[in-house]
Write a protein that binds this ligand. Structure first.
Ligand SMILES: [Zn+2]
Length: 399
């Protein structure tokens, strides 16, 4: 593993560029970093020798000539990524170019508290590293996404409504016993936004990622960076009111979009419809499974169940209503929707689009695209890898 402090500024600049544009050609790298070709070639040669970069698979260029591309060297070490959701956790070992070398996901209840969940995370980290034949000393950085607002400097959760026990808990101290590598913690949807930013090689500068699962949150990318706000709670859109006469939310207010349109609300509406005899398919699913979840409603909707479709469309319309205000305020080029809701498919997306386009100002929606997150279920774990690598490199630059 390199001592980052031994690297020159030029080497750090190129390392950062190669990380954000993996499999980049030497010419594109020189261009992107603002180096002359000869200067870039000289620095790259040294970095290849030191094992910081490696040349990979010759790529067929437009002229038919084979051009090599560059990526961060596998000999640098590995990254650990953790995506902690309200109802599940995923741990992954990633190469420096973010190839997922090993990963594991399983259901988990964040309300079980940090001691239990972090013990499980540490066990999985150990097992997955062993599977990749890597040691704790090979870990360069650790990135963790958690389902609540995070004070990014301290890496601690702040007033997380879904996980009160985590408030005073230091995930960093917990992992320090096993790893010397730096640990970075951020809100789960910020981490997803970072993953998408990396996937697009920073090609989009202003976009939103909205996660709809147990709760609703929004990651904000502004001028090519994740915007966290003054206290780390930027994008906490779940408690925006969409119906002043709506039901009471766990936050105490009435008609929050989260309490009316997120996963639990969808499951609740489906359960009521099943019990009320409105849908034979939902009733059959409820009888088989005892409880209906978001994925069951998704399955019923894809099967064409009219009642499930109406529930999905109502949720999409309410989330679109909230998003219309956010879109007018931020003027993003893209909104990417992720989380468990993605399993529902095009019907939900169509309802969100219709509601946003209907309510937003024409200028904010003229070029607006609303899609599911292209990284899909991988957005959290890839984003955690991006967080780990980006912040590890940034620490050296700041040092
Ligand atoms: Zn609320």
């Amino acid at each position: 593993m390199p001592r980052w402090s031994d690297l020159s500024d030029n080497e750090m600049t190129l390392l950062d560029h190669v990380f954000w544009s993996t499999h980049i050609s030497r010419d594109a790298l020189a261009n992107g970093a603002g180096f002359s070709k000869s200067r870039a070639n000289a620095v790259v040669a040294g970095m290849l020798d030191q094992g910081l970069l490696e040349a990979t698979g010759a790529q067929q260029s437009t002229g038919g000539r084979r051009a090599e591309t560059l990526r961060l060297s596998r000999s640098l070490g590995v990254l650990l990524g953790v995506a902690l959701g309200a109802t599940g956790l995923e741990v992954g070992v990633l190469a420096p170019d973010l190839e997922l070398l090993a990963h594991h996901s399983e259901p988990a209840d964040v309300r079980d508290g940090p001691a239990l969940l972090m013990a499980r995370v540490r066990t999985l980290m150990r097992e997955l590293l062993a599977k990749c034949k890597r040691r704790p000393g090979d870990v360069m950085g650790i990135g963790i996404g958690v389902p609540g607002p995070v004070d990014f400097e301290s890496g601690q959760l702040v007033n997380a409504p879904l996980m009160p026990e985590w408030d005073a808990y230091s995930i960093r101290d917990d992992l320090r016993a096993d790893y010397a590598a730096p640990v970075f913690v951020d809100n789960d949807v910020n981490v997803m936004a970072l993953g998408e930013l990396w996937r697009m090689q920073r090609g989009l500068q202003n976009f939103l990622v909205v996660k709809v699962g147990t709760g609703i949150g929004c990651g904000i990318v502004c001028h090519g960076r994740v915007y966290r706000g003054a206290n780390g709670s930027a994008g906490d859109v779940g408690h925006i009111c969409v119906d002043p006469a709506g039901p009471r939310c766990h936050c105490g207010n009435l008609g929050c979009v989260e309490t009316m349109a997120a996963g639990p609300a969808i499951a609740r509406a489906a359960t009521e419809a099943a019990r009320g005899g409105q849908s034979a398919l939902l009733a059959q699913m409820l009888a088989e499974r005892d409880v209906l979840k978001l994925q069951d409603v998704a399955q019923a909707s894809r099967a064409g169940d009219v009642v499930a479709n109406a529930i999905v469309q109502r949720s999409g319309a309410l989330i679109g209503q909230m998003l219309a205000s956010v879109v007018n305020f931020h003027n993003p080029s893209h909104v990417f929707i992720g989380g468990g809701i993605q399993r529902i498919g095009p019907l939900f997306l169509a309802a969100v689009r219709q509601s946003v386009y209907h309510r937003s100002l024409a200028l904010s929606t003229r070029h607006l695209e609303i899609q599911y997150t292209p990284l899909g279920e991988r957005a959290g774990i890839i984003g955690a890898g991006v967080l780990a690598m980006q912040e590890t490199l940034a620490r050296r630059v700041a040092a």
